[in-house]
Design a protein around this ligand. Structure first.
Ligand code: ACO
Length: 372
């Protein structure tokens, strides 16, 4: 029997700095009334100069590992879902791997925009269910504040920075992610795009002058697409395991816009009390929004072991997807030997030693290849 992929740990990290709608109204032609009525957003968190996608990801990961009682050395896989990676390469996931000291984990980035965390959840579940790996860490982390044009009122009011992480572990007992759907439609790729900086449009003085390194969006089209697919994907994932919406205790949707969520709930005939919404305080944190909302749902006591919870998201690509989990909660008796400061110090030391050994290796072998 293939093992199940249980969610056994979770954590989140958001920057301290808060930017309110009124703050924005002092910079651009907008108002608290417009932003609140069109989106439901009141404020968002913005990364400080020394905070990056990787640093937020590491913070969220440490909380997730702590709650699972798992040390980084036990991880087999790290996936960082992000649209604001530190670099095109190396992957932000490798930076996280190094800073956590997860010495036996494979690590890669996943780019499916705001649907990325759902994709990561599904891919890591499949790796666990195949019997290939035991423990995975998946992270949604964004600093999109670095990629929006702060003079563009169409986009700058929407996004916020933050990170959220889950630990998934193999267990024989039925539970964890039991149903999923992943979908895409690249014909809508131009609706939400960061045009320059890739191989299609390498960075140049023109791309900078034309503001092509910023997020560009056709809000109305994205809105229509999102309202349709959120409900569809939720229904599909529920039906796949012969359940009905009555069996779903909580829906945790991507937190983009209150009106998109309400429209999906209306199609699903689901009362708002069975949906987690916290976008008023964080804005759209893209791929981080679902794990952040999950952490807050747990803090508020809205998820208990055995509950059926649906995670559902949509984003640029276009991409969308959903996953249904039987909520596992903390593993009873999970070891509590995991101390965040120890992780960081040990990982730093390990990284320095590895760099030093590579240096010695280069000194010994010079330009020659080592013997096989
Ligand atoms: N303040 C004041 N006025 C504004 C602002 C603003 N911040 N932004 C736009 N407007 C104006 C527009 O210029 C327009 O004016 P006009 O009628 O004179 O042309 C008017 O408000 C109405 O604009 P609409 O685009 O029709 O506004 P709408 O009700 O559609 O709301 C919004 C815009 C909030 C962007 C909505 O379309 C939306 O939420 N879309 C989905 C966006 C989304 O979820 N994106 C993230 C996807 S996830 C990912 O992958 C990153």
């Amino acid at each position: 029997m293939s093992p199940y992929a249980h969610i056994t740990g979770w954590g989140m990290a958001v920057p301290e700095h808060i930017l309110t709608n009124d703050d924005l109204a002092q910079r651009i032609d907008t108002s608290d009334e417009w932003i609140t009525s069109r989106t439901g957003i009141h404020q968002r968190h913005i990364a400080s100069r020394d905070q990056t996608t990787a640093s937020l990801a590491v913070q969220a990961s440490i909380h997730a590992l702590e709650s699972a009682g798992l040390s980084p050395g036990e991880l087999d896989l790290i996936i960082v879902s992000t649209s604001s990676p530190e670099y095109l390469f190396p992957a932000t996931a490798c930076l996280v791997q190094d800073r956590l000291g997860a010495s036996k984990a494979g690590a890669f980035d996943l780019l499916a925009a705001c649907s990325g965390f759902i994709y990561a959840l599904i891919i890591s579940t499949q790796s666990i269910r195949s019997g290939d790996i035991q423990n995975a860490l998946i992270i949604g982390s964004e600093t999109l504040s670095r990629m929006v044009n702060w003079k563009d009122r169409n986009t700058s009011v929407l996004f916020g920075d933050g990170a959220g992480a889950f630990v998934l572990q193999a267990q024989e007992e039925r539970g964890g992610i039991i149903s999923s759907v992943m979908r895409s439609d690249g014909s809508g790729g131009d609706l939400l795009i960061l045009p320059a900086g890739g191989s299609a449009m390498p960075a140049s003085p023109e791309t900078v002058l034309n503001h092509q390194h910023y997020v560009q969006m056709n809000g109305r089209e994205v809105f229509r697409f999102a309202s349709r697919v959120m409900a569809q994907a939720t229904e599909e994932v529920v039906k796949k395991v012969q359940l009905t919406m009555d069996d779903v205790h909580l829906v945790i949707p991507h937190q983009a816009n209150q009106r998109i969520i309400e429209s999906a709930l209306k199609s699903l005939n689901l009362p708002i009390e069975r949906c987690m919404i916290n976008l008023d305080r964080y804005g759209n944190t893209s791929t981080a929004s679902i794990p952040i909302a999950t952490c807050e749902a747990i803090q508020q006591g809205r998820l208990k072991p055995g509950d059926n919870v649906v995670f559902v998201g949509f984003g640029a690509g276009l991409t969308w997807g959903a996953a249904l989990a039987v909520w596992s909660g903390l593993i009873p008796g999970a070891p509590k030997h995991v101390l965040p400061l120890h992780f960081k110090l040990y990982a730093r030391l390990q990284s320095i030693i590895r760099r030093f050994l590579r240096h010695i290796d280069a000194l010994i072998w010079g330009r020659h290849n080592p013997p096989i």
